[in-house]
Design a protein around this ligand. Sequence first.
Ligand code: HEC
Length: 242
Amino acid sequence: MCHTIGGGVLVGPDLRGVAERRSEGWIVSFVQHSQELVKAGDPDAAALFEEFKIVMPDQPLPEDEILALIEYISTAGPTGGASSGPAEVIEAATEEQVLLGQELFQGTTRLANSGPACNSCHEVRNDAVIGGGILGPDLTTVISRLSARGVRAILARPPYPVMRRAYLNSALTEEEATALVGFLQQADADQALYQPREYGIKLFFAGIAGTALLLLLYTLIWRGRSKGSVNQAIFDRQVRST
Ligand code: HEC
């Protein structure tokens, strides 16, 4: 799920009233190939891409199906309360959920439907997680970029072919998705604490100082050692006694 009708912004914009905002022709070509519109310099498409920073995958739907969808969108949407989709339950993850999410992310706890651990493709820069794959983007600040609801929606139905395929027959459970989003929220909130520090030239001088200190220490520890060669001492004694 990437869009809602009147439920707010997820990965993509809320589609309520889209038919009033855009012409039918525009919607059809955007659904079929949004990036072509962006490249052709369409200001509305470019603005959307700029705002959401995510490519909507092309939907090879025939025009009449898209028009039927537009029709559906203009009649649907919450008139009563927003549907209680997964998006509502995520905001406050408990500590256990965050921990579970971390373990699921790294694969130290297996996913119930035995999907691959997220860190086989993704990385989160965090004290708790050691390295991750680079096939998918770094997820350290994904919550800031896409919002918790957006990420939750991605997990429910990955819009990316590679990731979708990975979880095709091994979908995440609701609890797992909640825990993972909780963990990613935590990682995002913490990331300011984990900024790599820039030591610059100081590190080099610290290295030299450390080496000098060690050499001094060795000199002190072994100051009683015999100097020169053993033969030299015998030779000197002989010379003296003649
Ligand atoms: C088989 C590899 C693979 C696995 C496993 C995988 N992903 Fe992904 N994921 C991807 C790829 C590839 C993309 C991005 C595709 C693109 O941007 O075109 C992606 C995108 C995402 C995004 C959107 C990131 C962004 O910056 O736009 C999120 C969030 C995400 N994955 C979360 C997860 C989580 C959480 C898991 C574990 C449950 C997971 N992924 C497991 C491959 C994977």
